[in-house]
Design a protein around this ligand. Structure first.
Ligand code: LEU
Length: 286
């Protein structure tokens, strides 16, 4: 079920990336004092993402952008790109849009450049590449910015459980949370091996082997339900989590006012993997 045979489409997507846009996205998100789930700034940051994604989607009538409301202030944001043939089969790429300062609390400064403006930037640039190439997926493709990850995966948990309850056919989920810090010298991407689907992890590794031979990768357990992939995994769906480093080497500034650096070259590896994943799992063509 994990075939790799959509080479022309993936290579077209890979040829239209604009990595520098990711730096701009990270900077825009980091300008909010924080993106904490209960704060007005956390709401405003989510609203900015919705507007930004709408402006990228432009005139595509097969793309819609919506807020997903929760019981707290901050919504999640979901882009739906309607599948042309197998529209009941759903592929998700996502990452959390909130940030947190664990020291100074709800009103504290939390730029969250790496955690996780860097993942939202990968998703945003994936959307931009889809529109730039006029790519249309066969399966329905959903791009998600999750609210309230930092307070217990709350946004993604509500969404994944709703999809489970409604019997939605989610065939695969990729999580992008922390892509902008090169913490393990000999690895660009580390697939978290727990709370994920091994077959899909192997598929993503094969995508690197085929399309990104210069990207180094490995596998490592996170050790706990460390990001939104676990919400999907726990709801019975195949999730993967390509991460910035081994779990002992990640950016030590996260959850502080000092998470204000972004290595765009490192994040570009994740952007490349994202478009390869989209092109091969959601198939369709440019
Ligand atoms: N970005 C995650 C979080 O803040 C942690 C990381 C180690 C996966 O919850």
């Amino acid at each position: 079920n994990y075939t790799i045979d959509n080479e022309d489409t993936v290579n077209t997507l890979l040829g239209q990336l604009t990595p520098s846009n990711m730096t701009a996205t990270v900077t825009s998100l980091g300008n909010y004092n924080n993106r904490y789930f209960s704060q007005a700034s956390g709401f405003e940051a989510a609203s900015w993402i919705k507007s930004h994604w709408e402006s990228i989607a432009g005139g595509r009538s097969d793309i819609k952008v919506e807020l997903y409301q929760h019981t707290w202030v901050q919504p999640s944001v979901i882009v739906t790109i309607q599948g042309t043939e197998n529209s009941d089969e759903i592929v998700v790429i996502g990452g959390h849009l909130d940030s947190i300062n664990n020291i100074t609390g709800p009103t504290g400064r939390a730029p969250g450049f790496d955690d996780n403006a860097s993942g939202i930037a990968v998703i945003t640039e994936t959307l931009n590449t889809i529109v730039a190439t006029d790519y249309k997926p066969s399966r329905t493709l959903l791009l998600m910015g999750y609210a309230a990850e930092e307070v217990g995966l709350r946004g993604s948990k509500e969404i994944a459980q709703e999809y489970q309850t409604n019997g939605k056919n989610v065939v695969g989920v990729a999580q992008f949370d922390m892509t902008g810090y090169h913490g393990t010298a000999d690895k660009n991407i580390v697939f978290m091996s727990d709370f994920t689907n091994n077959a899909q992890n192997q598929f993503m590794a094969q995508l690197i082997d085929k399309y990104l031979p210069n990207v180094t990768y490995g596998f490592d357990p996170c050790g706990y339900a460390c990001s939104d992939h676990a919400s999907w995994h726990n709801a019975g769906f195949a999730a993967s989590f390509p991460f910035e480093s081994n779990s002992s080497d990640y950016n030590s500034t996260i959850h502080t006012s000092n998470d204000s650096s972004f290595d765009v070259d490192h994040a570009t590896n994740f952007l490349k993997l994202s478009v390869a994943y989209v092109g091969e799992l959601a198939k369709g063509s440019t």
